[in-house]
Design a protein around this ligand. Structure first.
Ligand SMILES: Cc1cc2nc3c(=O)[nH]c(=O)nc-3n(C[C@H](O)[C@H](O)[C@H](O)COP(=O)(O)OP(=O)(O)OC[C@H]3O[C@@H](n4cnc5c(N)ncnc54)[C@H](O)[C@@H]3O)c2cc1C
Length: 451
């Protein structure tokens, strides 16, 4: 299998230093590999948020379903993310989406993003999942005064075009509500979204799927997919799953030479998370950060952070195109440096947990939901651009509807999955883009200091 990252990025089993492992037990001994031949209506590859939501929906519709995962449910991005249930699925600005696709198509995409948050909420309610939910919407923090002006202009633009009613906060207003850091020049609060413990969410989905009759096989990497008598044969080291229809839910962990229709059409990049030890009430006061709102900053390679209900602080950092031991170490140093810069009162606080994982981009910089190019009865949902907790939930449900032939609307913006030009080199291009963003930020911070 041709992979875009170093072998360590795909090694199955528990991740070292992942904070979520301390909150939920993943018993590797309980994972059953596929050792035989099974025949089902629908085979799903990937037991993350997308695959599990598709599986739950299909079992509910009365179909027989088998999910195969190379490691275990939630091993991919779904069980190691920041738990932001938020709008997303694109790296394009709303301005450019409207310009390129028109306001009506942009509105459909916007509605889908709101629905995606609602679909997580529905899951939590209907499956009675306890996931440490908190935060009233999502807060975008301006990293400099120029960014603050842009945020205010964007908020007006969003209200005008989509009716999004956000609230603007000055630095002093932020201080009053317990979101204080001299790193921020104000913020805009989008009322949509909330935060969760993602591992609890995935485990809850998995349990429901299994309890309602779904089949799940871990340690079952699908090495080849063959067509035979109008069926797909999903071959693993020890077994084979035969299915009439197929859903591929492998997102950033997809191998590049595995499914011809997907090859060269997606681009995994790295996101990293640092988690602090439990902070005391006094330590929270010292920084002036006592609120449990989920936040991200306005940088292109953004930071995302939130004080969790258990008073551990989660601090995430996007960017990176390597998961070699050395690169992970560098990202760790950078995350720690940025954490200390943005939260100086906590510069002495230990951050014992740090881990990385793959998010997925596409050439159009929009997510994809639909058929796998050139294959019949096979679908995929991917390239959530780092926001797949809500969007993966929504997409999983949509993939299930597509697989049973139900009429369902997918916004046009999500229906293109183009090949990257010179796709074998695409990781180098994103690396160059990241370096360019870093240089831009350096100039911006000089400008901020000088003027
Ligand atoms: C560090 C980090 C932080 C993030 N934070 C957030 C956040 O706060 N909010 C948000 O919305 N999104 C966040 N994301 C993104 C989000 O987690 C993902 O978009 C989402 O989880 C994707 O879910 P998925 O089910 O499509 O794929 P994944 O969860 O990645 O699952 C793919 C699965 O496919 C399996 N697989 C791959 N190949 C094979 C094969 N050949 N055979 C069998 N199985 C295979 C893998 O083992 C894996 O379990 C973050 C991601 C990372 C890495």
């Amino acid at each position: 299998m041709k992979r875009l990252y170093e072998p360590d990025a795909y090694r199955s089993g528990l991740l070292p230093a992942n904070f979520w492992d301390t909150t939920e037990n993943t018993d590797l001994a309980q994972i059953t590999p596929l050792t035989d031949e099974v025949t089902v209506d629908i085979g799903i590859i990937g037991a993350g948020i997308t695959g599990l939501n598709a599986g739950i929906e299909l079992v509910r519709k009365g179909l027989s379903v088998s999910i195969l995962d190379a490691s275990h449910s939630g091993w991919g991005a779904s069980g190691r993310n920041g738990g932001f249930v938020c709008m997303g699925g694109s790296k394009n600005s709303w301005h450019s989406l409207i310009q390129k696709h028109g306001l009506d198509n942009a509105k459909q995409f916007y509605r889908a993003q709101i629905q995606s948050i609602e679909s997580v909420e529905e899951n939590l309610d209907s499956l009675s999942l306890k996931v440490d939910k908190h935060s009233n919407g999502e807060w975008e923090m301006a990293h400099d005064s120029y960014a603050m002006k842009d945020l205010v202009a964007d908020a007006k633009f969003m209200q005008h075009n989509f009716g999004l009613k956000s609230t603007i906060y000055s630095p002093s207003a932020l201080k009053e509500i317990g979101l204080s850091s001299s790193a921020f020049h104000g913020a805009v609060q989008n009322p949509h979204g909330f935060a969760i413990n993602p591992r609890k969410y995935v485990n809850g989905l998995r349990n429901h799927y299994l309890n309602t009759g779904g089949m799940l096989f871990g340690n079952s990497k699908v090495s080849t997919i063959e067509r035979q008598d109008n069926c797909y044969l999903l071959r693993t080291a020890q077994g084979v799953a035969r299915c009439k229809k197929l859903i591929v839910a492998t997102n950033g962990y997809t191998a590049d030479n595995w499914i011809k229709g997907l090859s060269g059409r997606y681009l995994p990049t790295v996101s990293n998370i640092l988690v602090s030890r439990r902070l005391s009430a006094q330590e929270l006061q010292q920084q002036g950060w006592t609120a449990h709102e989920m936040c991200y900053d306005s940088r292109r390679l953004l930071h995302y952070f939130r004080l969790m209900p258990n008073r551990h602080f989660l601090f995430g950092l996007r960017g990176g195109t390597s998961l070699s031991e050395n690169s992970v170490k560098k990202s760790h140093v950078r995350a720690r440096h940025d954490f200390e810069r943005m939260f100086p009162a906590w510069a002495h606080i230990e951050t014992p947990w740090f881990w990385s994982g793959l998010v997925c981009l596409s050439r159009t910089m929009n997510m994809y939901v639909g058929a796998i190019p050139d294959w019949n009865n096979a679908w995929t949902g991917m390239a959530y651009h780092g926001n797949g907790v809500a969007m993966g939930t929504w997409t999983g449900k949509k993939l299930a509807q597509l697989a049973v032939g139900e009429k369902t609307k997918i916004p046009k913006i999500m229906t293109t999955l183009k090949k990257f030009p010179l796709h074998p080199l695409r990781k180098n291009f994103i690396k160059a883009a990241y370096s360019w963003y870093e240089t831009q930020e350096l100039f911006q911070s000089i400008r901020q200091k000088l003027f």
